[in-house]
Design a protein. Sequence first.
Length: 311
Amino acid sequence: MGTTATFTIGELSRRTGLPVKTIRFYSDEGLLPPTERTDAGYRLYDAAAMARLELVRTLRELGLGLADVSAALTQSATIGELAVRHVEALDEQIRRLRLRRAVLRAVAKRNSELEEVNLMNRLASMSDEERKRLVDEFWDEMVAGLDIDEEFYRRMRAGKPELPDDPTPEQLEAWIEFAELVQDPEFRALIRKMSETQAKQIEDGEFQQPAGAWQQNWPIWVSRAEAAIAAGESPTSETGQTLAADLAAASARPDQDAAAPEFRAELADRFATSGDPRAERYWQLLATINGWPPVPTTQPAVRFMIDALRG
């Protein structure tokens, strides 16, 4: 039987590119125990020790302290096990480097200030779980203490940001804007107000189940408004006023007069709140982050409908 090949610290240094001083330090700290010693007391290392050294280097480059590195190595016995741990550590290192690259691309594109760079880096470094928790906490606060339509809000909170390991600059910028949006006090106040409005509608018997008239008819109304805009119609034209009448009729309770200016003005206010561009931006950003089909803007159509109701 042949003997197992062993290497001196100098040979190990040449093969790994690590300084002799660093290898000796790792060995003294117990992270790289010698396989054997020569009669003169010089340390010798085998192939398993070399694999262990490569893993120690990767873990240290990831920022782990000596105690954490030692803990990660306690169950490493074979070259195969060390290789598996090394691959896992490298995968994490690659993920972080890709995020760092995406941050730098976004910084270059936005010409960001130092404070914004730090914020972008913190946001980009969040895990998927942390990103999802941010969204869950946002919606928890938006409906806390309110009697709302559970199915409606289940759909609202089902969309979670899932940033790829190698995001494009557009995806990273979308995530940063999204995170800033859900933490913005004005946006939170807007969505909270929309939730309170729905709770009041449910209390007054105005919110229709399982889908309100707005959700059911919204695509049709938007399409009609966009067609009117494309045809050069004004909100006060016959086309605009017919649309306003249909909007009011679909939204009025039996005891409400759909033709009353007061009712239509109140309905226009509700459209203005629910059609706020920031609410639309929420879903546009989420689509970019997750690689979903783009969410086209409905802002011109919303403005047409509001003006038609008030006209």
